[in-house]
Design a protein around this ligand. Structure first.
Ligand SMILES: Nc1nc2c(c(=O)[nH]1)N[C@H]1C(S)=C(S)[C@@H](COP(=O)(O)OP(=O)(O)OC[C@H]3O[C@@H](n4cnc5c(=O)[nH]c(N)nc54)[C@H](O)[C@@H]3O)O[C@H]1N2
Ligand SMILES: Nc1nc2c(c(=O)[nH]1)N[C@H]1C(S)=C(S)[C@@H](COP(=O)(O)OP(=O)(O)OC[C@H]3O[C@@H](n4cnc5c(=O)[nH]c(N)nc54)[C@H](O)[C@@H]3O)O[C@H]1N2
Ligand code: SF4
Ligand SMILES: [Mo]
Length: 870
């Protein structure tokens, strides 16, 4: 057993992990010495060990669907890119990369495209994620700098979460906020149209009208001015205020107009403003509810304006805080991996282009920004971009209007995909597939949300013929003739060059400067402990009131609330999209974990009960969601947490897991005019109840790729798969397609038009299918257990779907670490009069390991109390 310190594969919190490695197995623990998490891990980090096997991995290069050697694959990619460039010029090729690459991978991809191929056409999925924050920071501060750290949560008196489901998407940050609240009574306000689990502990939840955040923040700023809360000295010395800024702000920013614009009770709005007035130590944390909007950059600046004007920046516990999504979104920004930035926090100003050209000794420097993601794929579809290399992202699923993206990929003459997974929606369009090293095999650095650079270290040898992304990119660069410029032997070589560029002719112009690592030795790189760039010493960036603009002053940016799109006659509702607690994006990795698949077993559309009544939709009905871009089918979940007229769907399910639940098909390709970030959170939509003739489920050790059912969504369970299905016609067609050979027992329920089949091998259940036309289907849990249970159930039990002596029904699993179900928790709360999450933890252990389910337990305590009073 070896113990290796590394960082989590998933979110931008960037938790440190202590991995105990034995062969290809790993026990995952939180690293108590890592400043980001101090030993804690959420459900996804805790269960990383379930995702490091070789199942589904791409293990060797493929060209034209056939296995080839690395030499052949690299030669093919290099030749095709070189030919395309020779015939059509550098702008005819592009890279589309990812915040899930390591900084070293990212650096060489950016260098190859912008310095050697000679075009700005390298964009990243961070365009879909952070680009409005980047653009807002540059407008306000002159540089893309996040002026906060997690330690600020410990010192703030008020934390405002805007457009962030922190409890699910940044759980360890959420736990830190909860700890601060418990110890010093920090106030918490959540601004989100939906009532998410993040609202469970909040002092105030503002369910504002989607897209009205500028009005909310401008109203707050006007309130601060009227109450004399502006920091006049700071404004004078450190901030440039455009002419007419205050006059413009005054129009329509009074409390009543703001309340109307945001569709909020004026009393709630005032309560928020008063909390803000009373607590100068304020952190405003924001995320996709702000960024993913066609007015995202303005929304970011509306937040920055408030902090700048009240001097709540550069001080302990006071800052605007754009939290990042992907593990290395920040590292990508540092190397300049966006098409709109150049390198090392430099833009395309002619003197920067010259600086970087000289540093790289670049033969062919890009002199202007390249295509941003949505435009890039448009140009691919129109045939202007003819060779595309996609690394560590799944755009066939995750870009808006995924249907159009698929057309683009299908039409593109040459598509290369580097991924660690063999069969992804995007990989299906690849002419060449390159096997990338997976999380447990990679070696390099990542930067988290708070500018902390940490090492990610390899735990295992490379799987099959998989290779690190930096190696693949530099091999192609060398094959294209740039041997010396890409002659790196190890990630440390690349890191040193990146550090040198950050300091090269910088002279204090940019805060991103890690020049002290320009000559870091290989052993020191290997042993590197987390460190932060930005402020001087322990100080926050901008603590001295100097910003990265030519005159050193920050800038207020006049932003106006844009009119919000009125509902369309054909699409009267509004679709909002986002994440589930235990799945990561397109499920290529979390989807392998049976534990993580317990939290949500299907993609659900969340609807307000009153809307559901009007549409004659009941809980668990199948519902078709249609938008101007496309449609997909989801299971209905009625939720009081939705605003009326608005629905929510999760982004995770892909064609690999389902026929329904395909959120990616629904958003339109509309983007913010400054940042180019798509407005994923707001799409006109229509809902229709579907009435398939039958519905039910299949569980099986193995499931074929194609499932002949109108609706089918699959998730991993212990020892196999669970597929929820619905369809028309004879279900025997489905049974024939999905059930394996073996000893078969079955019943047909003529009255209800049902069918129940169990398939056994040596007396052990290997598959089962339950469908019904009008009746109920049994709970899935016991049957799932029978796939791996040693004790053999009787035929009668198997066809009933439950044991002869009934077990207590635990309900859906809430605590995945200790397998504690909802019904068990509710019963304990009621019978033992448990009033706190800790009390539930003492009684049942639930919530005492990773803590991700604590907000859910809190909600159950509230609901049980309410039910008792009703
Ligand atoms: N479990 C899990 N965690 C993740 C990820 C994951 O896939 N799964 N992905 C990571 C990544 S890359 C990212 S970018 C982050 C995203 O983290 P978050 O931004 O927290 O997650 P989302 O669910 O996309 O959206 C956040 C919230 O914005 C709200 N919202 C929608 N419209 C508006 C609006 O107009 N105004 C306001 N104020 N709010 C609005 C939504 O209702 C939603 O609850 O999560 C990271 N962490
Ligand atoms: N409707 C809607 N759409 C959205 C969003 C939304 O909120 N709503 N959110 C957007 C956001 S914020 C994001 S970040 C994107 C995420 O969307 P994607 O980036 O498309 O999602 P992932 O599933 O993370 O894709 C990563 C891919 O890289 C592979 N991979 C993992 N590690 C490595 C590696 O080290 N090397 C290589 N070469 N491959 C690797 C994985 O197997 C996977 O196929 O989705 C965006 N799309
Ligand atoms: S909060 Fe969870 S997913 Fe994010 S880095 Fe930490 S353990 Fe990983
Ligand atoms: Mo993201």
């Amino acid at each position: 057993m070896r113990e290796i310190r590394t960082t989590c594969a998933y979110c931008g919190v960037g938790c440190g992990i202590k991995a105990e490695v034995t062969g290809r197995e790993v026990a995952i623990k939180g690293d108590e010495t890592h400043p980001a998490n101090l030993g804690k891990l959420c459900s996804k980090g805790t269960h990383l060990g379930e995702t490091v096997g070789l199942e589904g991995r791409l293990l060797y290069p493929e060209a034209g669907g056939k296995r080839v050697t690395w030499d052949k694959a690299i030669d093919r990619v290099a030749k095709r890119f070189a030919d395309t460039i020779a015939r059509y010029g550098p702008d005819s090729v592009a890279f589309y990369v990812s915040g899930q690459l390591l900084t070293e991978d990212y650096y060489v991809a950016n260098k190859l495209m912008k310095g050697f191929i000679g075009t700005g056409n390298i964009d990243t999925n961070s365009r879909l994620c952070m680009s409005s924050a980047v653009a807002g920071h540059i407008r306000g501060f002159g540089e893309d700098v996040v002026p906060a750290t997690y330690a600020d949560f410990d010192e703030a008196d008020l934390i405002v979460l805007v457009g962030s489901n922190t409890a699910w998407c940044h759980p360890i940050v959420y736990q830190r906020i909860m700890a601060a609240r418990a110890s010093r009574g920090t106030k918490l306000v959540v601004v989100d149209p939906r009532r998410t689990e993040t609202c469970e502990e909040a002092d105030l939840h503002l369910p504002l009208r989607p897209g009205s955040d500028v009005a909310l923040m401008n109203g707050l700023l006007a309130y601060c001015r009227d109450k004399g809360l502006l920091d006049e000295g700071y404004l004078e010395d450190c901030v440039t205020t455009p002419d007419g800024f205050w006059e413009k702000l005054g129009e329509g920013s009074d409390l009543w107009s703001t309340a109307a614009a945001c569709d909020l009770p004026p009393a709630d709005l005032l309560a928020f403003y008063e909390l803000f007035a009373a607590n100068p130590r304020t952190i405003t944390l924001f995320s996709q509810g702000i960024n993913q909007s066609v007015r995202g950059t303005d929304q970011v600046n509306a937040i920055l304006n408030v902090h700048l004007a009240t001097g709540r920046i550069g001080k302990p516990g006071a800052a605007p805080f754009s939290i990042t999504g992907q593990p290395n979104a920040m590292g990508g920004r540092e190397v300049g991996g966006l098409a709109s930035t150049l390198a090392a926090h430099m833009d395309f100003a002619p003197e920067n282009v010259e600086t970087v050209r000289r540093f790289w000794a670049a033969p062919r420097m890009a002199s202007k920004p390249g295509l941003k993601a949505v435009d890039l794929f448009r140009q691919v579809r129109e045939g202007r971009v003819k060779a595309l290399w996609i690394m560590a992202t799944n755009p066939a699923v995750s870009l808006p209007d995924a249907g159009l993206v698929r057309e683009a990929l299908a039409a593109c003459p040459f598509v290369v995909v580097s991924d660690c997974i063999a069969d992804t929606d995007t990989g299906r369009f690849a002419h060449v597939k390159l096997p990338a090293a997976g999380w447990g095999e990679k070696d390099g650095t990542v930067t988290n949300s708070e500018r902390l650079i940490s090492r990610q270290r390899a735990l295992f040898p490379l799987a099959g013929e998989a290779r690190p992304d930096w190696w693949i990119i530099t091999q192609v660069a060398q094959a294209m003739g740039w041997t010396e410029a890409f002659a790196y032997d190890r990630p440390a070589d690349i890191y040193r060059e990146h550090a040198r560029l950050s300091t090269y002719q910088n002279g204090g112009k940019r805060l991103f400067d890690i020049g002290h690592h320009a000559v870091i030795s290989n052993p020191a790189y290997d042993a590197m402990t987390p460190f932060r760039w930005g402020g001087e010493g322990d100080k926050a960036p901008f603590a001295n009131g100097r910003f990265s603009t030519p005159d050193g002053k920050a800038r207020l940016v006049a932003v106006e609330q844009m009119a919000i799109e009125a509902p369309l006659a054909k699409f009267p509702m509004t679709l909002n999209t986002g994440r589930y607690r235990d799945q990561w994006h397109t499920m290529t990795r979390t989807g392998l974990s049976p534990k993580l698949s317990q939290h949500r077993r299907e993609p659900l559309v969340e609807i307000h009960p009153a809307d559901a009544v009007a549409l004659e939709i009941q809980a668990d009905d199948l519902v078709q969601v249609s938008t101007p871009a496309g449609d997909s089918v989801f299971r209905a979940l009625l939720s009081e947490g939705q605003r009326r007229g608005e629905v929510f769907t999760p982004i995770h399910w892909t064609d690999r897991q389902s026929t329904g639940g395909r959120t990616g098909r629904l958003p339109r390709p509309l983007v913010d005019p400054v940042s180019g970030q798509p407005g994923f959170k707001s799409t006109p939509a229509r809902l229709e109840k579907l009435a398939p003739e039958w519905r039910g489920f299949v569980i099986a050790r193995d499931i074929p790729d194609e499932i002949p059912a109108a609706y089918a969504t699959k998730v991993r369970v212990a020892a196999g798969w669970l597929v929820e299905v619905a369809g028309d016609g004879d279900p025997a067609v489905l049974a024939k397609a999905v059930l394996p050979k073996g000893e078969r027992i079955e019943t047909i329920d003529q009255a209800r038009g049902g069918m129940r089949v169990a398939v056994l091998e040596d007396g052990q259940l290997i598959a089962a299918l339950f469908v019904t036309r009008s009746g109920r289907t049994p709970s899935r849990e016991w049957l799932i257990e029978q796939l791996s249970a040693a004790g053999m159930a009787s035929s009668i039990e198997l066809l009933a779907g439950r044991p002869a002596t009934p077990q207590a029904d635990r309900g859906p699993i809430v605590c995945v670490c200790f397998d504690v179900g909802m019904k068990t928790i509710v019963e304990a709360i009621a019978t033992q009069q448990l009033v706190s999450v800790d009390a539930v933890g003492k009684a049942l252990s639930a919530g005492t390991n990773c803590g991700s389910c604590r907000p859910a337990i809190q909600r159950l305590i509230g609901e049980t109390k309410e039910a008792a009073h009703a």
